[in-house]
Design a protein around this ligand. Structure first.
Ligand SMILES: Cc1ncc(COP(=O)(O)O)c(C=O)c1O
Length: 420
């Protein structure tokens, strides 16, 4: 995503503050395709920014939402408890990594990463947090302070909250990954000895796979090094899995690829197939240190959101669903690597996990024109990512078929040729 200068919009009562990836006006969506108001079909490989996990309007999710809407639309959690809260928390406890067994619900990714910070401060009694360069955690003031994937997310909004320290995320293009990881970990140690003492540091918050920062899986040794430091100093390790969670990487949560257990995990996007919903998971003993009444929200735990999340989980845990994510991910990477083999493609790196795949170009202009060509000629929606916008990211609905991946690769190949 990129900044744009304000554009006067004639004949519209909508704010122009939203950056637009396309000018398409969508009337409906089914699976991996959306249909415009003019009746044109597009292959949607942006999936609402990695949200439509079960595809557009999966029948099971649609039914769960419709049935729940007929029963109750809003049942405010402070006022009373509705009958889907415990079932959803129980299901998430079965699925969440490690000993995570206790859940708080909200409506968006930013709200849930901000909630993670609030929990960490209360549970440790410490004021500061460490985040990593290239991260995106949201657009509220706290999460803007935590976000360093692009200056445009923060510019013009100072002052931002203090107590946020930024350590370096390893460069995926470094020649020597081991040396790069060691250097990045030394930077974390430097922060802890010079800027935020361990007993003042509540949490380290990491996206296991950088999302807006360019679809970069964190190197295993880096994640292990961070967890080791967290354990040594009583710092909480928070995994922001808003984008990488809910099956996107071929495991239900990206931390499963690393074999580590976060103390806190943030979920949103794919969790409810597009219904606004987010969840914070932690262990009971940590949640017990979060004073009752010190956090909450009017809509968090909305019954329709719970119904959509339960239906999404049912779809995702059905036999074959995750196999499809892994197989389609492999098919996509193989196809992209083949295209990248041609020097004129301008692709410098193909990387990622499952169906969270990035193609890093030599320059941002090329990435932008490739995505624009795919849209105009291939009727395929793709988005870019990365600080310099050099990454074209692939985040199709997780139900994508082999034929749809082939179709996407063909459009992409044509775009590479046309823009060479
Ligand atoms: C890793 C991560 N955290 C947090 C957020 C913020 O989520 P939302 O836009 O729902 O507030 C995003 C959104 O892209 C994200 O990718």
């Amino acid at each position: 995503m990129a900044e744009q200068t304000p554009q006067p919009t004639v004949g519209s009562h909508l704010s122009q503050v939203w950056f637009k990836v396309t000018d398409l006006r969508i009337a409906s969506g089914q699976g991996c395709r959306v249909t415009t108001v003019d009746g044109e079909d597009y292959l949607d490989f942006a999936a609402g920014i990695a949200v439509n996990s079960t595809g557009h309007s999966h029948p099971k999710v649609v039914k769960a939402i419709a049935d729940q809407a007929a029963r109750s639309i809003h049942a405010q959690v402070n006022v009373y408890t509705h009958d889907l809260l415990e079932p959803l928390a129980t299901r998430l406890a079965d699925l969440a990594p490690g000993a995570i067994d206790t859940f708080f619900f909200a409506n968006s990714g930013a709200e849930i990463t901000e909630a993670a910070v609030k929990l960490a401060k209360q549970a440790t009694g410490r004021p500061n947090i460490i985040v990593f360069s290239g991260s995106f955690h949201g657009r509220t003031h706290m999460t803007m302070a935590m976000t360093t994937s692009k200056t445009s997310y923060r510019a013009g909004y100072a002052p931002l909250p203090s107590g946020v320290f930024v350590a370096r995320f390893p460069d995926p293009l470094a020649d020597d990954e081991a040396a790069e990881v060691e250097s990045a970990l030394r930077g974390v140690d430097q922060l802890l000895s010079a800027m935020t003492a361990p007993d003042e540091t509540a949490a380290m918050i990491l996206e296991p796979v950088l999302g807006e920062g360019g679809y970069v899986p964190a190197p295993r040794a880096f994640v292990e090094g961070l967890v080791k430091r967290c354990r040594r100093h009583g710092i909480l390790f928070v995994a922001d899995e808003v984008q990488s969670g809910f099956g996107r990487t071929g495991e239900l949560f990206a931390v499963e690829h690393y074999g580590i257990e976060p103390d806190v995990i943030c979920m949103a996007k794919g969790i409810a197939s597009g219904f606004p919903f987010s969840a914070l998971g932690t262990r009971r003993e940590l949640d017990d240190r979060w004073p009752t009444g010190s956090h909450g929200g009017t809509y968090g735990g909305n019954p329709i959101g719970c119904a959509a999340a339960l239906a999404t989980i049912e779809v995702m845990t059905a036999p074959g669903f995750m196999d499809n994510v892994r197989e389609r991910g492999r098919q996509l990477v193989e196809g992209l690597e083949q295209l990248a083999g041609d020097e004129s493609s301008g692709i410098r790196q193909v990387r990622g996990l499952g169906l969270m795949i990035g193609t890093e170009f030599d320059d941002g202009e090329r990435a932008k024109s490739v995505a624009a060509h795919c849209l105009a000629e291939g009727r395929m929606i793709l988005m870019t990512a990365g600080t310099a916008g050099r990454c074209v990211r692939w985040m199709p609905p997780l139900v994508v078929s082999a034929d749809e991946i082939d179709e996407g690769l063909q459009s992409f190949a044509a775009a590479l040729k046309a823009t060479a």
